[in-house]
Design a protein around this ligand. Structure first.
Ligand code: PLP
Length: 406
């Protein structure tokens, strides 16, 4: 398959390839309850919590032991990693994902940054992004003094596809060996649109020694298609990132993960801080992806999709709402705000969108996201799909804002 020229050792930073990861005594002697643990300068008297610590909290068959919080968490998280593999290859007899394919971290933001630190020499190497896209790729690059090359999504035309442009990406990659990483978001933020897998394949088949990162933060909201996580064992230079912050509704625990070929996963795991995922986070994450957690996720997703469909039906009834741009594959919509009613030729307009954004927040208590300055998103607001009550409030308040603006 693609990535035919990929040479991991030549692509990653030499200091990371050579890195000896931090080791702790518990890599040699497990914390199985039988040992007296005097190796990690923890506090054997226990956590500074005043509640009754003898009570364990049962969470869907897993025990959350507050009394154990004086101990460092498991640096390897193999059990959680296996559950994440099961999540993306539920009953596939040819399943190939194993915990060796995984990095788990503090949100997918940790993976975004870790990949840059792993592959890009500061002040020398570059990443490629496809705007309009998630802003953290550029922020992480800037923090690491890494240049950002942009190849926009297809935004031209009356009805832009907002898909990636493989030929243009290929041209950049094959002419600039300093580009080490390509971040592709599918479904896109703020476009809400799945990338066409054939276009992704065309990028993966570029003759170039770098890594393609597919950010699937919103994949569980996609109307068709499913995660391409299993592709990481077909393409040696593909990483697929996911998170529990969106469909799983667990943004507060900060758990993101990246499926990768084992060599790349090993480098990411070598360079991370040893105890990056807390025991509270891993216990709750394991429950969220267990059978019962998945049932809850599925029913919440259903409710979100219903409200998304409702917004798609109801928003266009408001005269100063224009088109939906992008797609319907995420838990948000990208929608144009017009400078006058559609019936008299209103046009999408940044000033109008910014005014609606401010009015909604300052006078109506609803915060959405202004995206008008993003490429191809003139006059756009990005609206997250909320509960039924929140949707009712949003629709009513939007009408009020336009009425008051007459
Ligand atoms: C496309 C995309 N990727 C990643 C993230 C970050 O997710 P996490 O909460 O896992 O850091 C977000 C958050 O908004 C996002 O939109």
């Amino acid at each position: 398959m693609g990535g035919f020229t990929f040479d991991l050792e030549a692509c990653a930073r030499p200091n990371i390839v050579a890195l000896q990861p931090y080791r702790c005594a518990r890599d040699d002697y497990k914390d199985d309850g039988s040992n007296t643990l005097l190796d990690a300068n923890e506090n054997s008297y226990g956590p500074s919590l005043s509640m009754d610590l003898s009570v364990d909290h049962e969470i869907g068959g897993r025990t959350l032991r507050l009394a154990g919080l004086n101990r460092y968490p498991d640096p390897h998280q193999i059990e959680l990693k296996q559950l994440l593999c099961n999540l993306r290859q539920p009953s596939d007899p040819l399943a190939t994902l194993t915990p060796d394919n995984l990095f788990v971290g503090v949100g997918s933001d940790e993976a975004i940054d870790g990949l840059i630190r792993c592959f890009c020499i500061p002040g020398v190497d570059k990443i490629l992004v496809c705007p309009p896209t998630y802003g953290m790729y550029t922020v992480a690059a800037q923090v690491n003094d890494v240049e950002v090359v942009k190849v926009p999504l297809e935004v031209e035309g009356v009805s832009p596809s907002f898909d990636i442009q493989p030929a243009k990406i290929r041209e950049k990659l094959e002419s600039d060996p300093r580009i080490k990483l390509v971040y592709i978001c599918s479904p896109g933020n703020p476009t809400g649109k799945l990338v066409d897998p054939d276009r992704l394949k065309a990028v993966l088949e570029c003759n170039w020694n770098g890594v393609i990162i597919l950010d699937e933060a919103y994949i569980d909201f996609a109307s068709h298609g499913k995660s391409l996580a299993h592709w990481v064992n077909d393409y040696p230079n593909l990483v697929v990132m996911q998170t529990l912050s969106k469909a799983f509704g667990m943004a507060g625990i900060r758990l993101g993960f990246a499926f990768a070929p084992p060599g790349i996963a090993r480098l990411l795991n070598n360079l991370k801080a040893p105890y990056n995922v807390s025991s509270l986070t891993s216990t709750l994450a394991a429950h969220a992806v267990s059978k019962t957690g998945l049932e809850v996720m599925g029913s919440h997703r259903e409710l979100i999709l219903q409200q998304r469909d409702r917004l798609v039906r109801e928003l266009p009834k408001i005269s100063r709402i224009g088109r939906f741009l992008g797609g319907y594959d995420a838990n948000f919509l990208l929608v144009e705000i017009l400078n006058s009613p559609r019936s008299i030729g209103g046009q999408p307009d940044n000033e109008a969108a910014r005014a609606v954004y401010s009015q909604l927040a300052e006078a109506k208590g609803i915060v959405v996201r202004y995206r008008g300055n993003e490429l191809g998103c003139t006059g756009c607001l990005r609206i997250t799909v909320g509960t039924e009550q929140e949707t009712t409030k949003l629709l009513a308040k939007l009408e009020e804002v336009f009425r008051e603006d007459r």
